[in-house]
Structures are given as C-alpha cells and as structure tokens.
Design a protein around this ligand. Sequence first.
Ligand code: NAP
Ligand code: MG
Length: 513
Amino acid sequence: MASEAKDKKKAASNGGKSKTKVYQNFIAGKWCDAANGQIVENRNPAMWSDLIGTFPHSPKEDVDRAVKSAQKAFKTWRLVPPPQKAKLFFRLVEILTERKEQHAFDMTREMGKPIFETRGDVQEAIDTAWYASGEGYRMFGKTVPSELNNKFNMTIRMPIGVCGLISPWNFPMAIPSWKIIPALMSGNTVVFKPAEMTPLSAHNLIEAILDAGFPPEIVNIVHGSGKEVGTHIVNHPDIPVISFTGSSAVGKVIGRDASYMLKRVSMELGGKNAQIVMNDADLEHAVDCAIWGGFGTTGQRCTATSRVICEEGIHDAFVDKYIKAAKKLKIGYGNNEGITMGPCVSEGQRKSVMDYVEIGKKEDGATLAYGGKALMKGDHADGWFHEPTIFVDVKPNMRIAQEEIFGPVVSVLKAKNFDDALKISNGIDYGLSSAVFTKNVDQAFRSFRDIEAGITYINAATIGAEAHMPFGGMKATGNGHREGGWEVYEFYSETKACYIDYSGKLQRAQIDD
Ligand code: NAP
Ligand code: MG
C-alpha cells in the first residue's frame, strides 16, 4: 500500500516495547506529518493498552495548504468526463473488496463494534463507490420546453469547488465514503477531517482511493481536532461546500457559521429513534429488531432504537422477552469469535452512558429493568464496556426518553393505542429514523404519512439504511439535505439553467407582443 512504505516507524508511548506505526496526513499529493509535528494516539476501546498507531494532530496551516492544492486540482478534475471518473470508482470497488477483511479488522480494533458490523461498514463504502461508478454514466440534466419558438432550454449539473468534509467516529469508513465519493464524482475536490477517535479507517479509505488511480491532489486528509481543524475548514473562505455529520450541538454552530458565509452546508445530526410495537405485531421479530436496533454498535448509531413504544396489550410480554434476549448478548472485543456487542468508543462516552443511567434511576417512576452497570472486571477491565440496559415505565417527557444517549440504553414506554404511539414517537426534538411493527396496512401507511422522521421502517429495525437510498432526518436531525442515493448528488452540484435561442432575432420572455 502506498503510504506504508513511507510510514516512519518509531517507538511511542508504549514503553518502547514495539514499534508504533506513525500515520500521516495526505496534503497536496503527498503523505506528510502535521506542520507542528504534533501527534495523537489511536487506541483500542476494548483493550486500552493496545496502541494502534499515532496520527497527526494538525494545526490550521495544514488546512490552508490542503485547500490551496484542492483549488488548483479542481481546475482540471472538473473537466474530466464523468464516465472516465466512473471507471476510477469501479476500480475503488475492487480495491475495497480485496481489502474488506483487513479494513474491518482495523475498524473493530479502533472503534469497538464487532467484526460482522465493521464488514458492513466497509461494504457501505463499496456500495457507495459502486453507485458512483454507475452515476458517472448518468449525471442527468433535464431538457425543458421553452415558452418561445426556436429556443431550447436545458439544465446541466456543475461541480462547485472544494468540499470541506467532517465525519464522526461511529461509521468510520461508511460516513466518510458517503461524503467523499459523491463529492469527487460530481467533479469537486476534497479536504477531509475524520474524527480523531477513528483515524485509521479514514486513512484506509484515502489510501484505497489513491491506489485506485485518482489524481492525488483531488483528495486531502487532514487529521486533527474539531476545534482546530474542523473550525478552520468550516470558516475557510475558499471552501464553498461543507458536509458535516455529528452532534446537533456542534451542528448548530457549524450551520450558523457556514450559513453566514453563504456556504452550501449539509448537516446530519442526532436522533432519538423509536420502535413502535402494536398488539398484533410478531413478538419474536419485534424483539430481535429491538435488540439489533438498541444494542447494535453498542447503541452508538444516530439511528439507534433508544425508545420502544409498546401498545398496552403487548407491553409485558415484550419486556419479558426483551430482557431475556438482552441477557444473551456476548460483550467483548469485537475481533474475537462470538462477540455480539463491543465497548463504548471511549472512556468519556461510557461516562456519559453511566450518567444517563443515574439520571434514569432518579426519574420519578422509571424502573431499571436490566443492566445499568459499567463492566470493569476480568476480560472487560481494560476497555470501556457497559451492560446493555433497559428502563421500563418510562414516561415521554423524561430525560432518558428525550435526550440522545448514544450508548446501550433503551427506554420502554407504554402507549394506549396507535394514535398515542404516534404522538409519543413524534414528541421529541429529533426526526431521523423510526420503525413500526404492525400487520395493519392502514397503520403502516399512516406511519409513512404521520411520523416526523426522514426514515420509517415497517416491520424492520430503526437501523440498517441502504447506501443507495436517501439518508437523513427532519427537525433537529439536520437541515433538510440527504446523503446517499441520487439525492446527495444534488447537494454536491450546482444546477445551471441553459438557454439557446436559434431564432436569430430578439425574443422577450414574459413580455406580451
Ligand atoms: P461531534 O462531537 O459533533 O463530532 C463530529 C465531528 O465533528 C468530529 O470529527 C469532531 O472532531 C468534529 N467537530 C467537533 N467540534 C467541531 C467544531 N466546532 N467545528 C467543526 N468540527 C467539529 O459528534 P460525535 O460525538 O463524534 O458523534 C456522535 C454524534 O453524531 C451523535 O449525535 C450522532 O447522532 C451523530 N451522528 C449522526 C449521523 C447522521 O447521519 N444523522 C450519523 C452518525 C452520527 P473531533 O471529535 O475529532 O475533535
Ligand atoms: Mg480508537
């Protein structure tokens, strides 16, 4: 692999026992250290003593250099015919497919979710590249009739320029791929800052892109903090497009600053997703989906099921089976055989989960029905593990039913009927994903119409979006844009209206003659 040969190896803070791999930024077509020489460690959240490598902790000067190079590269990349770009994306599909197992292993090691999940994360990047390789042969504009004789109207799609892309740690390759791939396919160039918690998967993606034969200057990765690198990207006057995935709190600041500079900005933010279970639902199926939705990725998904709303008649049976199923989860290091739930991504993230469990215990009327403790002994002593946790008797206005926890904590609420369930489901600030378990077709269609969320599943878990479908949410979950599928291409391109008048004389639109 391209950067491996160039990676300098030196002992870092693991007591000099083994060589620590030193990773670099990729700026202006070259692998390089941060301009200030600073580094941060990347560690395994399931075994904190396992040091994966060090990554640059860059200053804003590195962003400036990346932007300059990306601006220059844009001049030629924008003119490469899309079908030629498409062929490079097809090569990217092949490379990522060859490396899928290694990338999944790396991702589990740096982020914690089990290997069967990280394989899916890499697969999402593969599917996104596959979609792009097809999109290169479309990139459709429209032909539109003119109101005048001897005049032809059409729209074309135009690349915009340098895109500033900022991603979180929970989908360390999939989310960067959702941004980088359509941005490049649309003819833009990229300055990308991944989350400092999961830099290796981002590095692996960039390396695969370079090995696929893309012109190196079109993509830059600048590792560093949100505070320094992220803020500088958002406020850089030569970056007209910002795409951010992360928390609503940070999103509000980015939205304010980027909008003030009249940038195009896409924000995919938090969620507080509900699975509704009606009395006629298939109980076993609803339980399986609430386990996957609630505890998959240790609950650290923006689409995680963090509320289950049961109709009264099915509530007790659901809770009973749900707890039994949660007990079967096997918690540990996700690269080990048979593990079904990994750790929280960091000590801070686990602390936040523990705080919410305390909040839940103190909420008047809520009952801790299962779990509730951090796991700190034996095989779990060296990682940030927490038990899957279920609260029952939760009321809609409680904090654990309103705030995003981003950990393995699910609140079960009771609803009197379907209308009540919809009301509870909608009674939150967020609007990302939702699920309804019912055999009633009327309720299924009412769910599509009435649930305030960007995604509604019928008889499937709240998690598991497909890469070729639009992804995003309503209300505090974002600002109306979508990633994925065809819709994201609208975001990464400008529409130009083109008119050709072949009448040879002055024709005046909208003017009566
Ligand atoms: P976060 O704290 O908002 O960070 C996300 C990214 O933004 C990181 O790369 C972070 O850098 C950077 N950042 C932080 N402050 C910044 C600032 N002031 N300016 C520019 N960039 C800044 O979110 P997180 O805790 O990593 O991720 C979890 C959140 O993401 C949850 O709320 C979750 O719901 C949301 N999420 C949403 C979606 C979706 O599509 N809707 C998908 C996944 C996750 P560093 O952390 O490296 O410093
Ligand atoms: Mg890590």
